[in-house]
Structures are given as C-alpha cells and as structure tokens.
Write a protein that binds this ligand. Structure first.
Ligand SMILES: [Zn+2]
Length: 325
C-alpha cells in the first residue's frame, strides 16, 4: 500500500494539536496536549513523537502510511529552509525544525507560520473551499493573518506578508501594542481590545450587566462582552459594533490591494456572529468601490481550532501529491 495520509501539527503557546488528515483535507483523528514551553525545544519534539505514536494507536495507520508531516508554528520563519527564526512565545531562536523533524521521523516535513496554516486549512476544506484568492483573519488574543494568492500562501520578501495585526488603524489615541507602536488593528479589534474597551466602560459605571459581571468575577472576558451584547446590552453592543466597523474598513483597504474572492474571519471573536458581521459588512460596503468587491464574500471560518493542523497537512499535500513548489 502506498502512503496515503498526512500528519498536521498546530503548535501553539499553550497546546499542541496533532491530527491525521486524508488527501481530501478531511480530519481522521486528532489529539491535543499541553505545550511544555518551559521544558524547551527538545522536550516539545519529544511530545510530538509521543503524540504521533498515540495517533497511530487510535487509528489503523502507521508510519509507512504517512506521506509527510506539516507543522504550523507561532513564529517568524524562513519557510524555504524550514528554520524557525524567532518564536517569542516559545522562546525559540533560529531552530532548524524541518531538519530535526526529518531526522526524527524520516518523512518529508513542511513548516509555516500558524496563521498561514489556518488560512490554507480554510481554503482546502473550510469556509474558503474552492477559492484561489483569499484573506484569512484570526481574531483571538492577538490577530493572525494569512494571504493566499493563486492558491498559495504569499510570504513576501522575508516571510512577513499577512502580518495584518499591526496595520495602523488608529494613528491618534490608539492603545500601545506589543510591537511597540500604537493603534494597531490588534490593539483595537482583538479579544484583548474588547476586554480593554469593556474595562474602560466599567470604570464609569454604577450599575448594569457589565458592571455586575465585573463585580462578580473581578474582571470581564471578551466572551462575556459578546454574550451580553447578544442579549441586547447597549454598551457591549457598542463595543462589538466599533470592532466590526474598524475591521470592515480595514478589510476594504486590503481588498483594493488584493481583490480576494473570500475573506475568512475566524478566532474566538468571530463567534459573535451577526452583531459583529452586520456592522463589519456595512463599514466594508461604505469603504469599497462596488466593482472591486463584487466577487468578494466575507464569511466566518468553518474549521475552528482545527484549521491550523489541516492547513499544515496541506503544505505536504501540495508539494508531494500535487507536485507544486
Ligand atoms: Zn502592533
């Protein structure tokens, strides 16, 4: 029997997701395990190895069935050489991940940034299925972005294409970003931004659902702001509406440059649904020329937190099954 399936890995700062993926992009089995960040690089490779063995025990597959392994990593990478240049959350600096995994597993390995992997996953078997020109935004604690042109990730001159989280959207009076600048898309529209907005509102409040939430738990979460907004709380609704407006306007600017078929919005914040997507679409339509956007749809992501491992598997699928660079 010829090798027929892939292993996809989504390495995050808190957990590692690993799955067996078939040649149509269907996930057959998955596993999740905490990331031993403090134990370091080699311990994380050891966990990869244990997880692969567990996957084989769960399924009828073994190493001879594996075409190759793809991994998405939260990092700046030299994708061609398979070197992780800098992964701040993991404390990695110039590690030869591709070469080390090839030595460990003796199968072809491909690596890419985690946000790029998520975009590829959505293109292969998620909300962007069938599209060749796609932008994918993941709205979580931070904001990840992936740009797909002609069916392949666009990496740019040194792998930084798609770093949309640091597009300046509020040059005056924006919050300070981890990148050192102010008013980035990430500081104004991520889950972290929603929490900051809500905490600022709570300060001036004597009563109300948001204040009750704060008094009960000592803080507020983006999830609770979304839930309160969905229940009709006007202050929370205003926070989510503002996020939608900024996103819609920013996506329109991206469309003038890239003219995508699909814009996929994923991550926890996207679960807000209609209360986010309605103001987003309105702001988008206001900022875009109809001709530019007539073939563009804005849709919520479909694969959830399995997009990354699916797209990581696609990296191998493309190179070793479709024989494309
Ligand atoms: Zn920034």
């Amino acid at each position: 029997m010829k090798p027929s399936v892939y292993i996809g890995i989504d390495l995050g700062g808190t957990s590692i997701k690993m799955g067996l993926v078939d040649q149509l992009g269907n996930i057959l089995h998955t596993l999740e395990s905490p990331t031993p960040v403090k134990a370091g690089y080699h311990q994380i490779l050891a966990v990869f190895s244990q997880m692969a063995e567990q996957l084989f025990r769960k399924s009828q597959y073994e190493w001879k069935d594996i075409i190759g392994v793809g991994a998405g990593v939260p990092a700046f990478l030299d994708q061609q050489k398979g070197i992780v240049v800098e992964a701040v959350n993991l404390g990695w600096d110039h590690v030869p991940l591709k070469a080390d995994l090839e030595r460990m597993w003796m199968v072809p390995i491909m690596v890419d940034n985690d946000a790029n992997a998520a975009a590829l996953g959505e293109m292969w078997s998620g909300a962007g299925k069938g599209a060749s020109h796609l932008i994918c935004l993941t709205l979580g604690t931070g904001i990840g972005g992936g740009v797909i042109i002609n069916g392949n990730i666009y990496h740019g001159a040194n792998g930084c294409a798609g770093e949309v989280g640091h597009i300046t959207v509020k040059p005056q009076g924006g919050r300070r970003c981890n990148c050192g600048r102010k008013g980035c898309l990430e500081t104004e529209t991520s889950a972290t931004a929603i929490v900051s907005d809500a905490l600022e509102q709570v300060k001036g409040m004597s009563t109300g659902p948001l204040k009750d939430e704060y008094d009960r738990t000592g803080t507020v979460s983006a999830k609770s702001v979304v839930q309160l907004a969905q229940q009709g709380d006007s202050i929370c609704l205003e926070i989510i509406t503002k996020v939608g407006c900024i996103l819609g306007n920013t996506l329109a600017q991206m469309c003038y440059l890239l003219n995508p078929e699909v814009i996929v919005i994923g991550g926890g914040v996207a679960h807000a649904g209609k209360i986010l997507f309605d103001p987003l679409t309105k702001a988008f339509n206001k900022a875009i020329l109809p001709r530019v956007a007539e073939n563009t749809s804005i849709v919520p992501a479909k694969l959830g937190n399995l997009a990354g491992l699916t797209g990581a598997a696609w990296l191998i699928h493309r190179k070793y099954t479709l024989n494309k660079p």
